[in-house]
Design a protein around this ligand. Sequence first.
Ligand code: GLU
Length: 318
Amino acid sequence: MRKNVVIQFALATAAILLLVGYQFFGSAGGELAKIRIATGGSSGIYFAYGNALADMLEKRMNVPVTAIQSGGSVDNIRLLKDGRAEIAFVQNDIMTYAYNGTNFFSTEGEFKDFSAIAGIYAETCQVVARREISSISDLNGRRVSVGDEGSGTELNAIQILGAYGMSYADIDVDHLSFGASVSAFRDGKIDAFFCTAGVPTPAISQLAAEGEAHILSVGDAHARSLISRYPFYAQQVIPNGAYPGIDGEAETVAVKATLVASNKLSDQAVHQILKTLFDGKGEISKIVPQGDDLNRDTALEGIPIPLHPGAEKYFFEK
Ligand code: GLU
C-alpha cells in the first residue's frame, strides 16, 4: 500500500516535471531541457558574453546552460541547424545570408528553422596591421589572417578586400582565431589580421599596448561602395583612445551582433531569456563592456529575418 502511494507520487511528480519542461522548451523529451549557447573563440567577445549570459540563465531558469566555443557566426548557424545549440551569437549579415541561402551559404541552401531574438551591440570590422603597412591596398603580397574557419570575420575580410579590388589571390591567407592571430603577429608569422568584434576587443588591446600594431582605415569611398553592395555594413569610427598604444581614430565599417534562437525553443523560453538578458544588463556589463549597449529601443534594428514569437511578445508586450 505504502509502496503504491510512493509510486503514484513519483508518477505524478514526473508528469508535472514533463509538463513544465514541455511548456518551457517546446518538447516533451528531456532533450531540450538544457540550453546551449553557440559563441565563438575563447579570445572573442561572444564567448565572454555567452558565459555571462549562461550563468544568469542558469540561475533564473533553473536549467543547465552552457556556452559552446566555435569558430564564430558561420559555425554557430551550423550548430543551430544540426540541433547542437538552442541559442547563438551571430553577425546580422551572416544570419541573413544563412536564412536566404546566399553567399557563404549558397551551396548548403536556405535555413529557415531559426529566428532573431535581439540585436545586442555593434561589431567593428578591424584590420590590424604592422605599422609600416598604411592601407588595405598595401596588404598585397602580405601574410594575413582572415579570421578563423567558420567565422563571420572571414566573410567581412573577403568583402573588404573586394572593395579594394583584391582577393585571396593577392595575399597569403591564414585562418586564425583572434588569440592565435595576436600570437602569430607577435612571432612575425603574419603581417595583419581581420577581426570583426566589439571595440575594444581584449586581444587587440593587449597587442596595441606593445606599440607594433595599428588599425587600417576602410575610408569613406570604399565604405560607401561596400555598403551599396552589402547593406548590412554601417560606417563606424574607432575613436582615439579605444586602444591605448594606437593613436588617432580609424574609419571603418561595422555589422551587428545578434542573438538568434532555434525555432524549436518555445515562446516562453525565449521570452524568459530576453527578460533575463535585459534585466541583467548591469551584470553582463561587469564582464563585457558591450553589455552597456543593450537597448530595447534599438534591439530590432538591422534584422531583416523573422523575429521569434517569444521575442515579439517580449518587445511588444508593453
Ligand atoms: N563576429 C565574429 C565572427 O563571427 C566573432 C566575434 C567574437 O567572437 O566576439 O567571426
